[in-house]
Design a protein around this ligand. Sequence first.
Ligand code: 5GP
Length: 209
Amino acid sequence: MTHHEDNDTDTEQPAPAIPDETRADGVARVLIPERDIQHEVQAIARELDGEYRDDRPLLIGVLKGAASFLVDVMKHMTIPVEIDFMAISSYGASTTSSGVVRILKDLDQEIVGRRIIIIEDIVDSGLTLQYLLDLLRRREPKDIRVVALLKKNKPNAVDVQVDRVAFEIPDEFVVGYGLDYAEIYRNLPYVAVLDPEVYSEASVKAEPE
Ligand code: 5GP
């Protein structure tokens, strides 16, 4: 499936203003406004409705980052669906993905013979998704589709299955709409880039006395 180009991120509109509210403290720039996200969410829900009409698909989200996206897609689907979540943690340094993950919470159900839709927040190196796909394929579902909210433009990312991307973004650290920095910013309704001061303040705080 080809990347859906129908979004406003690369048109020449002025950057949306940062709302004056405390959950936005530290936000430098809104990268994808709420309106654009919701537009794509509805388009994706309609596509999935059409593809899975008689199959009762299982939407699988990885906690916690994919929670907002999964719930919004689910709410706009009109066919019967089931949802489930996994929680995983990466081994090794937290800043780079090693692709080796530990399962903290597994699915509640068997997926053999089921039609699976993985709802991902962001594909960066692609290693986490690759690991997850290998793991789920071994459980012999009927098929697996991958829908990602964001995919970073990264030339050295692994070649992993992603069937539908809502937004391709530059290789920057982003927060909002489920994605966090140190567990905050998940409740922003848009995707944003943080002021670099946020990171430097955090590293000063983290320094031993
Ligand atoms: P990958 O294995 O594709 O390199 O990393 C995927 C995971 O890293 C994502 O599911 C997400 O948890 C985290 N991640 C990667 N890039 C970002 C980012 O820009 N912002 C946030 N908040 N998390 C990210």
